[in-house]
Design a protein around this ligand. Structure first.
Ligand code: FAQ
Length: 328
């Protein structure tokens, strides 16, 4: 089983011990009152570390997330869709900018974050390690993955860390637009010719499992949820977010007469929760460990960008000698 990033009981005690108990109590009281924590405020080491991890992974997901759709800018059907997907990809890079800036307020530089991405040390969302083989894949990403991101981000925008929440709020406005373009592309295919419907169904079959994985492992397997929810960084558990998403989007897929590729998927009338078939969590852990179908290809693009952008950063280098990162 996957063990990356696991915080042992020993480490956990050490982290608690390192923090002044009085300051910790005052900090937690502020969180309980719903106050925002700002960069200059005292915060436990573990809160800072967790926020850096999560915001950084989110930022990486945006720049890597631009790649599957980016390859479709020139191939999107028609001028309007080319324009829309180009604008969306540009927005995603902008989201990465906002998120890297929010993570920087916690003390990790952009250069360190990008190095950790390129070296494979940092994670990013599992879903972007799958290929966008057809235009239908782009429609699935634009509708169903953007929708999943919005469920997560709308909740977490009400969280405790000011800079992250403000970045999420802005990102959600833009993603609501992305969702409209994704939905429009998805519905056009679903209501199009027999061939278009078949292609969309095939794309849905490919993406359904990664989408279930998107919200993270089940609550029982989640490593960080308890602490993050206590400190209001995560405003709902992985299973609760996944359930909320299924509530909203299963009916919207089914009303288009498409088949969700999970015969066991049903809503339990007693619990009000969705029950689904085994989503193969081993596949999820392999993908986030770097062994998914496109991990190498995605990181190779970022390495290429780093290497080929060096001369630009050098040309822009101020006299102070401060290194200018690719996204600065
Ligand atoms: N992918 O203990 P938990 C987007 C890792 S933005 C990869 O449950 P946590 C926009 C996790 O890091 C998409 N790894 O973790 C867009 C941990 O490993 P670590 C990104 C995952 O943090 C749309 C381990 O598993 N969104 O899509 C994933 O409490 C369309 C144990 O898991 C965000 O990043 C995963 N899906 O909960 C762009 C939102 N799930 O670090 C282009 C912010 C879990 O110990 C086109 N992040 N892991 O080595 C979050 O809300 C949380 O971090 C979760 C995971 C919910 C993703």
């Amino acid at each position: 089983m996957y063990g990356g990033g696991y915080v042992s009981e020993e480490q956990r005690k050490q982290m608690q011990f390192d923090d002044d108990p009085e300051k910790l109590a005052a900090f937690e009281a502020r969180i309980d009152r719903g106050e925002k924590i700002e960069p200059q405020d005292w915060m436990p080491k573990e809160y800072r570390k967790q926020l850096i991890r999560m915001i950084e992974q989110h930022a990486h997901s945006e720049i890597i997330g631009a790649l599957p759709e980016g390859t479709w800018i020139t191939r999107a059907p028609g001028f309007k869709r080319k324009m829309a997907i180009m604008a969306k990809v540009q927005d995603e890079i902008g989201h990465a900018q906002l998120l890297y800036a929010a993570a920087e307020t916690l003390g990790k530089t952009r250069e360190q974050m990008l190095n950790d991405l390129i070296s494979g040390k940092s994670k990013y969302s599992n879903v972007f390690n799958y290929p966008a083989k057809t235009w239908s894949d782009v429609a699935v990403i634009g509708f169903l993955i953007d929708a999943a991101a919005i469920v997560n981000q709308t909740l977490n925008a009400k969280g405790s860390y000011g800079p992250y929440c403000r970045a999420l709020e802005r990102i959600c406005y833009e993603e609501a637009f992305h969702l409209k373009q994704g939905h429009d592309a998805f519905v056009s295919l679903a209501t199009g010719s027999k061939r278009m419907r078949e292609e969309l169904q095939e794309a849905l079959n490919r993406w359904w499992r990664p989408i279930i994985h998107f919200f993270g492992p089940s609550d029982k397997q989640s490593v960080h949820s308890d602490k993050l929810m206590k400190w209001k960084v995560k405003m709902a558990s992985n299973d609760d977010m996944r359930n909320q998403y299924l509530d909203m989007y299963v009916p919207r897929i089914r009303e288009l007469d498409l088949t969700i590729p999970d015969p066991e998927l049903r809503k339990d009338p007693d619990t009000g929760r969705w029950v689904f078939g085994d989503p193969n969590w081993d596949e999820f852990y392999e993908v986030i460990k770097g062994n998914g179908p496109c991990n190498e290809e995605r990181l190779a693009v970022r390495r290429w960008a780093e290497e080929n952008g060096t001369w630009v950063r050098q040309a822009l280098q101020p006299k102070s000698g401060k290194y200018i990162t690719p996204l600065a």
